[in-house]
Design a protein around this ligand. Structure first.
Ligand SMILES: [Zn+2]
Length: 338
């Protein structure tokens, strides 16, 4: 095993991504704390490479309480036959590996949200070092990227791809083609408000076509979502011609949604919900109540939707703090060629 020191990053990689074949190793960020005083922070990485086709980077576990994506990536790593591959598939099933180990959105090592850490910092904390490595070293080697999320413990999303499909964007058309191949029932259209510290934003800066996905949520490992993700990635691999095509990919029915409102809790208390993710709601419709369970004499606070739309995401929590997410409301929009 060779460990190559990369020029601008402190992160070392224990495999050579330019080599052909099936390789499994680690990204190694040197880090010292009580747990590993003189050791490394390890992020497992796999490369399946054969032939001269394109490179797809697939990541999961950016948030450590979202398990459907990592599970689908482990299935693919177990099952993909390298003799069928023309190109390179780089798989990182747990980009925030300590967070996954803790079943926590962020890791206790540095408390940072990986999807708010890009473009990263080569001299920063483990999450910042890994984010920097991904943006500065890994993405420039890739022709496309897919990042698998779900709502985690805190929320539940409709099954959707998230992408910038603006035809004026450098990767807009390629992103839309990936969205079609992924074939989730919904497309969350990333607009100008998309956070520039996300992995999507990193890929856009590096001009690499990319989609993210939200695969339900709730903090467990939903088999329907994992099955869907596994098949969706295989369709994307066929679309990119890294795997052979098995007939035409059927044209899916995808509903594009643009986020219009984040509905947050106006008070702390027990969220008694009267709607589900994916529901179509009307302005003025009851969304439930906040009950003041520790002050039963206090009247419950009615919650009312402020606009009509589709519920893209909903809180998965019972007890809410004032300001916590209640729901993300989106509206159908028109996307050319979808
Ligand atoms: Zn996530």
């Amino acid at each position: 095993m060779t460990v190559d020191q990369l020029s601008t990053s402190r992160v070392q990689i224990s495999i050579d991504l330019s080599h052909k074949g099936r390789q499994i190793g680690d990204l190694r960020a040197r880090w010292s704390d009580n747990h590993v005083p003189g050791g490394y922070y390890l992020t497992p990485i796999a490369s399946l490479s054969r032939g001269e086709g394109p490179t797809l980077l697939i990541t999961g576990g950016v948030h450590g309480d979202e398990f459907e994506g990592p599970a689908a990536l482990m299935r693919l790593l177990n099952d993909l036959d390298i003799t069928h591959i023309n190109g390179r598939i780089i798989i990182i099933p747990a980009l925030n590996a300590p967070a996954i180990a803790e079943s926590s959105r962020v890791s206790s090592i540095d408390g940072l949200n990986m999807n708010r850490a890009f473009p990263g910092d080569p001299d920063g904390s483990p999450v910042q070092m890994i984010a920097h490595y991904v943006e500065a070293e890994l993405l420039p080697q890739c022709d496309a990227a897919i990042d698998l999320h779900s709502g985690g413990k805190a929320s539940v999303f409709v099954t959707c791809a998230l992408a910038d499909v603006d035809p004026e964007s450098p990767s807009g058309s390629a992103n839309l083609a990936l969205v079609k191949a992924f074939a989730a029932p919904y497309l969350w259209v990333a607009g100008p408000g998309n956070d520039d510290r996300s992995l999507n934003a990193a890929a856009a800066r590096q001009k690499v076509p990319m989609i993210a996905a939200e695969l339900g949520g709730g903090g467990s490992c939903n088999p329907d979502e994992t099955d869907f993700a596994e098949a969706a990635i295989r369709r994307c691999l066929s679309h990119l011609e890294i795997l052979p095509k098995h007939g035409d990919i059927p044209t899916p029915r995808i509903t594009p949604l643009a986020v219009k409102e984040t509905f947050i809790a106006p008070a702390s208390g027990l969220f008694d919900r009267k709607f589900k993710v994916g529901d179509k709601v009307e302005k003025g419709q009851s969304a439930g109540w906040i009950h003041f369970i520790h002050e039963p004499e206090r009247p419950s606070l009615p919650l009312v939707f402020g606009r009509c739309g589709t519920v893209l995401a909903v809180s998965n929590r019972g007890m809410l703090e004032r300001g916590d997410l209640i729901a993300i409301i989106a509206e159908h929009c028109q996307i050319r060629d979808l």
